[in-house]
Design a protein around this ligand. Structure first.
Ligand code: ADP
Ligand code: DP6
Ligand code: CO
Length: 317
């Protein structure tokens, strides 16, 4: 029986996707821009089976979401056999470290190749979006821009021109546990915030400003824009009219305070956080090891990984 395997890396959004115009198709309210990371990824193998089944890290997992996703592919690409999906997450699952991004990018690539298709990356991106919005950007290496678009045909990502910016991202793992509020639910709540309209307005200019900063190699500006965008996203969660919440824990705040202190000491250090308590620190590649040591001194229990720009999707022969 033939098997097909693909690997995709997670990505961290510098300007975030946090809200849907259409929850069926994951059409976003704003465009978003991300960096794919080298250290965190998903490898997924598919083979024909009698029902759609999902195994993550050797354990049977709820197949509902992938089944629904595969049915969408069957409608668009032509019917194909049920699949046994065996996936390894080299990233904590559902902890706010973007497992859904690498997972659905890898699944889209493995499935389409398995059924004999060789689709352009932008088409894979459009299809992966339906599994999880952030997966749209994980087909590409380096920086990617997901254009919000207006419908299923026009909402997909592209790689941004390579930037030689010497960026490193320290991933501070505060908790690898499964979060209580999924990204999909979190953004539904956030959209009820009175600040939501302002968020959409700001994202429009932030996307352009971020591209300008990347092209100029201006890491300070990249960091500032990313941190402002991330904190505004988390402010939406706190100010939601319907079921307000936060992903922050006391340790999240401790790390954010430390980032501020590092900056006051003249270092390049800016924080961004996705849908979870874990903090990613944007810094210069030359300063990453020093910042890692500082974190270790102040918060010795936390695991800190230094990540760099990672590659796009790949296949195993
Ligand atoms: P995260 O912050 O990890 O992206 P989400 O709430 O966005 O968290 O998505 C987590 C969900 O993504 C899981 O509950 C599961 O449905 C799906 N997922 C994660 N990893 C895989 C995988 N390897 N294969 C298939 N689906 C996965
Ligand atoms: C905070 O892509 O996980 O990481 O589309 O519902 O699967 P669904 O959500 P998901 O949301 C990611 C949100 C974020 C920001 C981002 O990656 O842009
Ligand atoms: Co996710």
């Amino acid at each position: 029986m033939t098997k097909t395997t693909a690997t995709a890396h997670t990505n961290i959004a510098l300007i975030k996707y946090w809200g849907k115009k259409d929850a069926q198709l994951n059409l976003p309210t704003t465009s978003s821009l991300s960096l794919t990371l080298d250290k965190f990824y998903t490898t997924t193998t598919v083979e024909n089976s009698d029902i759609d089944q999902l195994i993550i890290n050797g354990q049977m997992a709820d197949p509902n979401r992938v089944h629904h996703f595969l049915d969408g592919l069957r409608t668009e690409l032509g019917d194909f056999s049920p699949l046994l999906i065996s996936s390894q997450n080299h990233v904590p699952t559902a902890a706010g470290l973007a497992s859904s991004a690498s997972a659905f990018a890898a699944l889209t690539a493995a499935t389409t190749r398995h059924i004999g298709l060789d689709l352009p990356l932008t088409t894979l991106s459009r299809l992966a979006r339906r599994g999880s919005g952030s997966a749209t950007r994980s087909l590409f290496g380096g920086f990617a821009l997901w254009q919000a678009g207006t419908n299923d045909q026009t909402s997909y990502a592209n790689a941004l021109p390579t930037s030689n910016i010497p960026i490193s991202l320290l991933v501070v793992e505060i908790s690898g546990l499964q979060k209580k509020i999924s990204s999909s639910d979190g953004m539904l709540r956030a959209m009820t915030s009175p600040k939501y309209e302002q968020w959409v307005h700001d994202a429009n200019w932030q996307i352009t400003a971020m591209q300008t900063a990347l092209q100029a190699g201006d890491l300070t500006q990249v960091g500032q824009l990313a941190e402002n965008n991330a904190l505004a996203m988390h402010a939406l969660n706190l100010s939601a009219k319907d079921r307000r919440f936060t992903y922050f824990t006391p340790q999240t705040i401790q790390v954010l305070d430390l980032v501020k202190k590092l900056r006051q000491n003249g270092l390049i250090a800016y924080a961004t956080l996705d849908a979870g308590p874990n903090v990613k620190i944007i810094t210069h590649a030359d300063q990453a090891a020093y910042i890692q040591a500082q974190l270790h001194q102040e918060l010795p229990k936390l695991r800190v990984t230094i990540a760099h720009p990672g590659p796009g999707v790949s296949y195993e022969q």
